[in-house]
Design a protein around this ligand. Sequence first.
Ligand code: MIG
Length: 785
Amino acid sequence: MHEIHFDRFEIEDQSVRLYGAYFQGRIQRLAGAWRVLLWHRLEDDKKGSWAVLPQDTFTVDISQQDGGLLLDGGQVLPLWLQLSPFEFRFGDLSAEGVFPERSNTLSVPEATLELATGEGNAIRETNDGLPLGAGMNLVLREPEGRQYFGLGERTGFLDKKGRIWTNWNTDSPRQTEQTDPLYQSHPFVMGYQEGRAFGLYLDETWRTVFDLGATESSRSVLHTDGPTLDLYLITGPTPKEVLRHYSGLVGTAPMPPLWALGVHQSRWSYPDQAAIRAVAREYRARGLPLEAIWMDIDYMEGYKVFTYDRGRFPRFEALTRDLKEEGIRTVVIVDPGVKKEAGYPVYESGREWGVYVENRRGEDLVGEVWPSPAVWPDFIRKEVRDWWGEWHRVYTEAGVDGIWNDMNEPSAFSVEGRAAREIGKTLPLGAKHGALWHAEAHNVYAQQMCRATFEGLHTLRPERRPFVLTRAGFAGIQRYAWVWTGDNSSLWSHLEMSVPMILNLGLSGVPFTGADIGGFSADTDGELLARWSWLGALYPFMRNHSGKGSRRQEPWAFGELVLGQVRKALEFRYRLLPYLYTLAYEASQEGLPPMRPLVLEFPEDAEAALVFDQFMLGDALLAAPVLRPHQTHRLVRLPDGAWRDWWNGEIHEGMRWLPAYAPLDGIPLFQKAGSAVPLTEPALFTTQAWWSSLDWQVALGDEIHGWVYEDDGEGYAPGFISHLRGGYDGRRLRLAFEDDAARPRERVTAIVHGITEPGHSTVPYSYQGDTLTIDLSSGAAELTW
Ligand code: MIG
């Protein structure tokens, strides 16, 4: 392995420039991170980014230390560098250096690249002049006891240490605990040790591989296939700070429409309009909440995007209109593959505009996916994104509310006659996206497709917030789409795995996520559906979806008992909406996910840090789902503080393991002392995010605080934050609702459990069992015992 050597440095435009015989470097100080960019000196340094937003840079003070340079970072931890050979230290993180692979020249004609895929296949590609073979490795020293979180959507548990993870978007159905990679690529990790955290983001869209102490436990190797190494060293010291800074780099999710947080029902596929109407009828006849019905690929005519099958959906517009009258929206699937068929307007207009990905001979690349033959729009180019966005008029005019982007790794069944197995189920590395090879564009194909969809919807309906769901994505995908975890199975192990998968997505800056409730492949059963519906009621995205050939799994599919259990979960979801919407707002502002691992809230609790089967919903609620069949109890780690059992009101001290009772019509849930969670009445569907009835569920504490964010739920009018504040000292309870919403409310109450009746109160209250319901409509209350 060759090391990288630099001979000298200079300060240029607030950045530290490094010069060597073969390589050059540039180091910049940003608000919460260092950017370290290294490139071969024959290249220019105009490397853009598909993920990182424009950043302010700050002046760097340099001093000499330990034979190297010490760069003072202000708010950011200092960075120590050695020029020859190149090494660096950033807090507890120390790099032995960066090592160019194989040679110092960029172009290695005829080199062979092998990409391991999840199924154990390999992609072999003779790369006629692809700038590969000049890959780079960053080698890090690994102290004992460091853990890694992040890396987006992954199998396994919460800690990502000890395995090799590949960033290469891959259509991975029938996943197991070992499958890697999956659909998304997030070359970001959060290192964590003894309460302190840092972040590492490798801003390379080429295939990258993170060996986190797997091959050698004392080292991690971050590899990129590309010719540059563009690294962000993100400062903490808390996990929350790392996530805030990382979100500052790659962006936060925009505020979603309220309805996206409601209940979604999907299946591949409801075959025709009668089937869709029947699902709507079943929901409403039983008085079950439902927000949207999803249409999978069979709504199209011959898998042609931006069409409907007029045989099976003769009156599509009437269908969406009638559903909307019941408060039910429609979401349709849109895959990237465009059927190559003469006379099909989408294909023809794309050909006219020259929008398709090309092969090396400059011809449209033709393959097969659901449509066959198919071509793929090159979303990497702006004019192609605009063209694609405009086609969504077909849906917006037909009353469709949201778009579901699937198969966008991109997945292919065959390309130019070569079968999926041979080509790793995607386009050849040497396919051309304008000036880029597919090898460089692959990982951002979906991200740019979602961008096209998002921006298209925004242009077509500027007064409404777009809603896009995607399967594949790259760092920053949250700016354009929500993410679901793809084809899981109706297995208890997949119910369990969905938790760490979603938590690590959240730690990677992707807040709005969910897994297919009930499981996609194979047949679910009633108990699994009930448990999954309760866990799903706390996923940021709550959608029951199942695959072709699997047993039906709508809430009523397993009889009255299960229906009752699922119904409670759906109703609980709607009761929680003010809290969820407030968390969505927090995500849009700060990048903190609604569903978060305990380590984010309690970084000092070493035992909580690796808990993968519990999570926090915001900072007030701790959930411990049951993830195995036939269990009536489970152990719950309660972190520091006091915790109120949501269902029976009992108070438990933290820093301990508690056996909790877990019937099928609930989920073990604990509320942190001193928090107040805003709830509303259950409803069949959402209307606006102003809660005319607001109930604050209060867990008593010396100090009490909760807040709620409200707005129109859909457009861009400003929103308002209202606070509930107060305190309780055992004899006196004070509560003040600072209502900023400036809209009349029918009812505002605070609910306190597990308390005796007060002797005196300044406001009306009711007392029943051990539950005190305090009328807060006058704003402030004081009760004494
Ligand atoms: O090749 O559109 O993950 O949710 O139902 C399968 C049909 C294509 C995969 C998605 C799944 C969807 C299915 N799709």
